[in-house]
Design a protein around this ligand. Structure first.
Ligand code: LLP
Length: 418
């Protein structure tokens, strides 16, 4: 995260001091660095430069419209998981042929929208869904481009919530169901097979797992050829890990090496990283409200809670915490807690921080992925603002919600009004 630096004991994002950002935009606020996004994209571009690999950004990681436009300009595609994400991606300028639509529960309306837009592929996750895609396509008089998602039943060494490619998870077709899906596709001209897809899960550190997954996809490719079907792509999903506290970056070169010389003629390889592109490009800026001592613990109460940033509460995720101003004095071991009425409302546990007083600012690092995207209004807390640092300027790219936004769309029956 080279974009966060210290100068004379104070933290800066790109060239702008976090003190200034807090004064301008308030707290809590997500701050994103366009420079860091470009850097991560550069790593992907260089690693796969000599290969027929196309990057499809997983929009769920961060769907902010300004970020999406930045990514679109870099020429990458989008992986979407709802009609909402599809519309957002289109609005940000992603062309239809650079969009794939995954997800176990697409509604008929969402399928219809995808067909209307003419996207690259509907990634189908079950036999009943395949039937529904065919039905919607038939009614519209079009042929639906279908990618089959398989559940590779591989166990990644990651948090159970993130192990989406593990056997027994709700995602994808069982391998034993693929033959049936292919037979259906051959029998119904409303659908055509354009590819195969899998996603191992998130925060995957070992390339060895992608090697096994790639073998599996190659087998499926050959199976399709034997069944006289001609897919165009194999999609390895996302999941490239980010070193949140320590460790080395995901070895993209090793992944590229395992593909080199092993991509079938006429096949494009899709990858769908989300976190890898945006996690390190975002921080959550928050202010200390109180420092209190309870039962031998020092609690730093900040103005960002689990409604603003859910990862620590939901996954026990550990993110770096940086004080915006480094006060002299010996560091103390503290817990960072938010204002939400839940024991789980912890942003960080047992972190060593220099002395802090009310009003100090802290930065929760590497929070650009699944940060704002998973925020809510729980405890009737308006969601935070989002700011993009771009070419030396700080742009407000999403206003902080106000209290009146909390009841936007609520209706009161006339007899209860007044
Ligand atoms: N493709 C598919 C089909 C996915 O389901 C996902 C993530 C991705 C790509 C992108 O995965 P990534 O490269 O970002 O790991 N909220 C969790 C992460 C859930 C990810 C779900 N699917 C977190 O905060 O860690």
């Amino acid at each position: 995260m080279a974009w966060v630096t210290y100068r004379e004991g104070a933290a800066y994002g790109e060239e702008i001091s976090f003190h200034e950002l807090a004064a301008r935009f308030g707290t809590p606020t997500y701050i994103y660095s366009a420079q860091q996004v470009q850097e991560s994209l550069g790593l992907l571009g260089r690693a796969f430069a000599d290969l027929p690999v196309q990057v499809f950004y997983a929009v769920k990681a961060n769907a902010n419209g300004a970020l999406l436009r930045l990514l679109r300009r870099a020429g990458i595609g989008a992986e979407v998981v709802s009609g909402g994400e599809l519309v957002r991606a289109r609005k940000a300028g992603f062309p239809p042929h650079q969009i794939v639509f995954t997800g176990v529960g697409k509604t008929s309306q969402e399928i219809g929208l995808a067909l209307e837009q003419g996207i690259r592929a509907l990634i189908v996750e079950s036999l009943p869904e395949l039937g529904e895609v065919a039905r919607v396509a038939r009614n519209r008089g079009v042929q639906a481009p279908v990618g089959l998602r398989v559940n590779p039943a591989l166990d990644p060494n990651t948090h159970p919530h993130l192990a989406t490619g593990k056997g027994g998870s709700k995602f994808g077709l069982e391998l034993s169901q693929v033959e049936q899906a292919l037979a259906y596709i051959r029998s119904d001209s409303s659908v055509s097979l354009v590819g195969f897809h899998l996603h191992l899960g998130s925060q995957i550190e070992q390339v060895a797992l992608y090697r096994v997954a790639w073998e599996l996809l190659l087998d499926l490719w050959q199976l399709a050829q034997r069944r006289e079907l001609n897919p165009q792509f194999l999609d390895l999903g996302g999941g490239f890990a980010v070193p949140y506290l320590a460790g080395s970056p995901f070895p993209l070169e090793e992944l590229a090496a395992l593909l080199r010389g092993r991509v079938p003629e006429g096949c494009v390889v899709l990858v769908e990283p989300g976190r890898f592109i945006v996690a390190e490009a975002g921080v959550l800026l928050t202010r200390v409200l109180y420092v209190k001592e309870v039962h031998g613990r020092t609690l730093v109460v900040v103005d960002a809670g689990m409604n603003d940033f859910l990862r620590p509460a939901l996954y026990g995720a550990r993110h770096p915490i940086w004080p915006v101003k480094r006060r002299p004095g010996s560091p103390r071991r503290v817990d960072l807690v938010g204002p939400v009425c839940e024991n789980a409302d912890l942003l960080a546990q047992e972190v060593e921080l220099p002395p802090l007083v009310s009003g100090d600012l802290l930065v929760v690092g590497k929070a650009g992925a699944y940060g704002f995207a998973m925020s809510s209004q729980y405890n009737s807390r308006p969601r935070p603002a989002e700011v993009l640092l771009l070419e030396g300027e700080a742009y407000l790219v999403r206003e902080r919600e106000t209290v009146t936004d909390l009841w936007h769309k609520e209706e009161v029956p006339p007899c209860l009004a007044g």
